[in-house]
Ligand binder design. Structure first.
Ligand SMILES: Cc1ncc(COP(=O)(O)O)c(C=O)c1O
Length: 409
């Protein structure tokens, strides 16, 4: 953590901010490129749509996993070429398709959407190459194969072949599968990738898809807490190399992995400061600026902990809102050797606005800076920043020369 830079920035701007460290993003991208030379990567813009973050990622030749038409536009603004922008989300409107069909590759999410895309293409007198998201017949964590709002069910493909073939203004040229985020076991990912490749071969052989790409979706996890081990990315890369070799006779197309948190999570830190310190019936409280309305994750984790009926480790993640009860670390940026048990809260008019209850932290004073780690993914973008009309935190992008580029709202 760039503590001195953070302190200087707080002195200058006097309000909470997110800071994103370009060096960390660069290192993560390098990890992916080194270990998966056969794959292309798309950055899931929703994870952190900060324009400087997207721009740097684009400069590193990573494309875009866009989940809305506006994410397509952000990707274009960042300099990404059309063929590297894949627009995939449930519930696209005809207008979304109208505004993007010539700016990216659209992945249809339903049979109805295929019809709408076909209609748009017909109106423009073209044949459009599109992807399709498939809700695959694969239980990534074992157990039953459950219904899902995303994509079209794998088993419905063959019965719909005639219907798909009747859509003369589109040609299906790729498949997209995404089942789960935040996977830390490389074998789980490997088995999943294998299943997607088998599905892709089925789509070529039985459905007649003219495959330009297979998009394996996201899932690359990061170790948020001390209890977790990082994903063994080298082992996954090695196993994938063997897998691709096995399939290379049957499939010759772009192989794509989407990633959000792996690229940006660790690059981001949320920074706030202590406004007040008080004791209530023996309990110490630190009141900071923009708690829940700055970084939502701590409050949601405290809420989930409040409802827990068993061990905290057993609580299921609800990504991207709740990862685990200890998915970040709260630090005080001072040099105090003395420790104190404190409850850290934000300054909203609700008791729910908690950053951490009964934390043992270096003894802190009013004005000290609090830093919360792992805030680069699903942080600013998912936080209720307008609540109570407080000033909105800044986002600061620290480039590799340690120059701070600020985004204000
Ligand atoms: C379709 C799709 N791809 C990729 C991602 C990114 O996942 P992650 O942040 O785990 O990399 C998500 C996250 O929700 C997603 O829905």
């Amino acid at each position: 953590m760039q503590t001195e830079i953070i302190k200087d920035l707080m002195k200058e701007y006097k309000r909470p901010f997110y800071i994103y460290d370009e060096k960390v993003i660069g290192d993560q991208i390098q990890e992916l490129k080194t270990n998966f030379p056969e794959f292309e990567f798309l950055y899931s813009i929703k994870t952190n749509p900060n324009k400087d973050v997207i721009k740097f990622i684009a400069q590193n030749d990573i494309g875009s996993d866009s989940a809305s038409k506006n994410e397509v536009f952000k990707s274009i603004d960042a300099g990404m070429p059309k063929e590297k922008i894949i627009y995939s989300s449930a519930g696209k409107t005809k207008q979304d398709i109208e505004e993007t069909y010539d700016k990216c590759i659209i992945t249809a999410d339903s049979y109805h959407e295929l019809e709408v895309i076909n209609e748009v293409a017909k109106e423009h007198n073209i044949v459009l190459r599109v992807g399709v998201r498939i809700n695959s017949n694969y239980a990534i964590e074992g157990g039953d194969i459950l219904p899902n709002k995303f994509g079209i069910d794998e088993e419905s493909l063959l019965p719909h072949k005639e219907f798909i073939d009747s859509l003369k203004n589109i040609k299906i040229c790729g498949i997209h599968v995404h089942l789960k985020s935040q996977i830390l076991n490389y074998e789980t990912l490997y088995n999943y990738y294998k299943d997607v490749l088998e599905l892709a071969v089925f789509c070529v052989d039985e459905m007649g898809f003219d495959m330009d790409f297979v998009n394996f979706g996201g899932g690359l996890g990061v170790a948020y807490s001390q209890r977790e081990n990082e994903l063994e990315i080298e082992s996954l890369g090695q196993k994938c190399r063997e897998l691709i070799n096995e399939f290379k006779e049957k499939l010759n197309c772009r192989l794509i992995i989407e990633s959000g948190r792996f690229i940006v999570c660790k690059s981001g830190t949320y920074i706030t400061y202590i406004i007040d310190k008080k004791v209530s019936r023996g309990a110490n409280y630190l009141i900071v600026a923009n708690g829940y309305n700055g970084f939502h994750k701590t409050t949601l984790a405290e809420m989930v902990k409040g409802y827990a009926q068993g061990p905290l480790e057993d609580i299921h993640a609800v990504e991207p809102l709740f990862t685990s009860y200890d998915a970040y670390e709260v630090k005080v940026l001072n040099k105090s050797q003395e420790k104190e048990e404190v409850t850290v809260c934000g300054n909203l008019c609700t008791a729910a606005d908690l950053i951490g209850k009964n934390l043992v932290l270096p003894k802190a004073e009013i004005g000290d800076i609090i830093a919360i780690t792992n805030a680069g993914s699903y942080g600013f973008t998912l936080s209720p920043i307008l609540f109570s009309s407080h000033d909105i935190p800044y986002e600061i992008y620290l480039n590799s020369k340690n120059q701070a580029i600020i985004s204000e709202y």
